[in-house]
Design a protein around this ligand. Sequence first.
Ligand code: MTE
Length: 336
Amino acid sequence: MTIIRVPKAWELPEVRATSANAYFNRRRLLKTMANFSLGAGIASVLGCKGSSAPNNTLVSANPALTATLELPSIEPFTLNPTFQKVDRPITDEVLAGQYNNYYEFGGSKSIWRASQALPTDNWQVEVTGLVKNPRTYDLEDLLKKFPLEERVYRMRCVEAWSMVLPWVGFPMKLLMAEVEPTDKAKFVSFTSYYDAKISLAPVESFGQKVPWPYTEGLHLKEMANELAFFAVGIYGEILPKQHGAPIRAVLPWKYGFKGAKSIVKIDFVEQQPATFWNTLAPSEYGFVDNVNPKKPHPRWSQKKERFIGTGSEVSWEERPTLPYNGYEEYVASIYK
Ligand code: MTE
């Protein structure tokens, strides 16, 4: 199905200041990737929910794929100097844009095409619950209200693959300051967009009804941490749908499943909220679930991670897993 996408006001060039701060030369990258075949050897990686994924073959750039990534710039944004470099290079954009987990659009990693059905026009985010200033934000309001910055973060999935991604967005603590959680609020719950009509997701898994919509949650002290981030862009441009357009959570010290995509609701609550994976398979997915090489997972060893796109086509380079995914200095004190 071809989706004709009409850009919203917030995506249009007129509302962007041109700036040279996007150091990342995206066009050059896309061109390089078009000439670089990643081969067809990487198959059948198991998905978070454990079903075998029939089509995880990585492809070299093709016009349909690159079209999903050639999106309007999200400038202006600043480069946050503290988070510009990690100990490995940024993952290629075309690779990151075709190797995704977004179960609403299918059980394989190749959801980039199906996820284009996500309707992002007139997006609103409802902020509700135990806050002094509950409010429904149009996406444009959020973009105007909070200064955008780029942060290069490690990203680690519980399936043991990893990437490095240059997100553009704003710290969650800025939104908290705006809505002012009350003293009673102890947790936050994020709800992703869900429409059964366009979803390709299973309705049953792990022997039970799947608890759609996708939800995730945090302790408020985690949300208030410097690292906790709402991303509205990546690689200097608005978020592609496969990455969770138009706004998603990014929590680099936690496993990737904690970062809810395409958020429509942010609810401040007193009790620990039910979350998607923890409801489906509590023995595999915790509520907190920080990256931890010492805590075994029943299906994927957490001792090492595989950095996607490196090494050989069939066997990505392995590295020891870092506690808190390398962000111990920022977050360890939360858990003392
Ligand atoms: N959010 C929603 N709504 N649906 C999902 O299936 N998958 C999670 C997380 N957020 C998921 C989601 C998992 S398991 C991972 S690893 C990351 O998104 C993947 O993000 P990426 O595809 O942008 O790399």
